[in-house]
Design a protein around this ligand. Structure first.
Ligand code: PHE
Length: 344
């Protein structure tokens, strides 16, 4: 009997050695210690032995059973600990590693120029308004003293939406919308997209303007000049000079186009021994349209032109961005070519 137990012990040890998983262990446990297990059967046989043999054999069998149990438990625990260790190794965090750097973008050069222009006027006390892109002819033209037979309508290359609605050709209709809804004094700007049927190196069918206007009693052309000088010098640098040229807009009188000294040659008309190509050797760049608000415009919004005066101006933001950043083709601003955009 003792020999049988020794042989069984060796066999079990062998079987346990071959175990690789908890399932393997469970199979071995059932094979030897289960209800019909081999060791269980041997233990049941102890009762049939001669009484004097029973205690010793019983003791041996019990000891073997205990050893097998312990061995199984120990293996299970060891493997569990190993698995845990493994997991911990795998999940180990090295907090000293540099973080993952996500590429991040920046504002588009056009947005940067627009934001900068708006910020300058806001710092001067102007409030910001927006109007609809789809305008009616009344606000875009008529109320701005451009009747339907006025030749100025030709200059605007209008996109029509239907018989009475268009894509606004300038931000000036926002002047009308703001004045219709409030009384002077008003100092307002209206930034936003405008649309004209026009497409070449310096014209895009969609572009951006910042409209500005100020209405009060006794506003003068000098006030206009002061505000625009400040704007231009903050935008392009303190050395920038302004030049007012007489011009015509139906909604301002008198009207002016405003040039700044060339941002490339500084007005010298030449750079690096050659003539300046940006200002075409004139020393000046046109960037603004402006003037004193026409009495007909005041009448259209119910203001008394004998009592109030005001100035208005409009600046093209693509042009500002192109001059500020030295961009020669307006289309680059709308193609979203990252090789271009990443330079800013
Ligand atoms: N609306 C004019 C344009 O788009 C610009 C302008 C605005 C001129 C305000 C004078 C006063 O050309």
């Amino acid at each position: 009997m003792k020999a049988t137990l020794d042989a069984l012990g060796a066999e079990i040890e062998n079987a346990l050695d071959g175990c690789r998983s908890d399932e393997d262990l469970e199979r071995v446990r059932i094979a030897y210690l289960g209800r019909k297990g081999r060791l269980t059967e041997v233990m049941r046989g102890v009762g049939a032995l001669a009484p004097e043999e029973r205690p010793a054999v019983g003791e041996l069998a019990n000891a073997l059973k205990r050893r097998v149990d312990e061995c199984i438990t120990a293996l299970r625990e060891r493997w569990k600990a190993e698995r845990r260790q493994h997991e911990l190794e795998r999940e180990r965090l090295d907090v000293t590693l540099p973080g993952r750097v996500w590429p991040y973008g920046h504002v588009h050069p056009l947005t940067a120029a627009l934001d900068e222009a708006v910020a300058i006027f806001v710092s001067l006390g102007f409030s910001v308004y927006e109007g609809p892109h789809i305008e009616d002819e009344y606000h875009n033209f008529e109320a701005l003293n451009i009747p339907s037979d006025h030749p100025a309508r030709d200059m605007h290359d209008t996109f029509f939406v239907d018989h009475t609605h268009i894509l606004r050709t300038h931000t000036s209709p926002v002047q009308i919308r703001v004045m219709e809804n409030q009384e002077p004094p008003i100092a307002a700007i209206a930034p936003g997209a405008v649309f004209r049927h026009d497409d070449d190196v310096t014209h895009s069918p969609m572009f951006h303007q910042v409209e500005g206007f100020l209405v009060d009693r006794a506003v003068t052309f000098g006030d206009l000049k002061g505000v625009l000088s400040l704007f231009v010098q903050r935008m392009f640098g303190d050395d920038t000079r302004l030049r007012f040229r007489p011009s015509f807009f139906p909604f301002t009188e008198p009207s002016a186009e405003i040039d700044i000294s060339c941002v490339i040659c500084g007005g010298a008309r030449a750079v690096n021994g050659g003539t300046c190509r940006v200002c075409k050797a004139t020393g000046w760049l046109e960037i603004l349209g402006a003037g004193m608000i026409h009495p007909a415009v005041f009448r259209a919004v119910g203001y008394d032109p004998e009592v109030v005066t005001g100035f208005a101006f409009g600046v093209g933001i693509e042009r500002v961005a192109m001059l500020k950043y030295g961009i020669t083709d307006i289309r680059l601003l709308f193609q979203n070519d990252l090789r271009f955009l990443r330079q800013f």
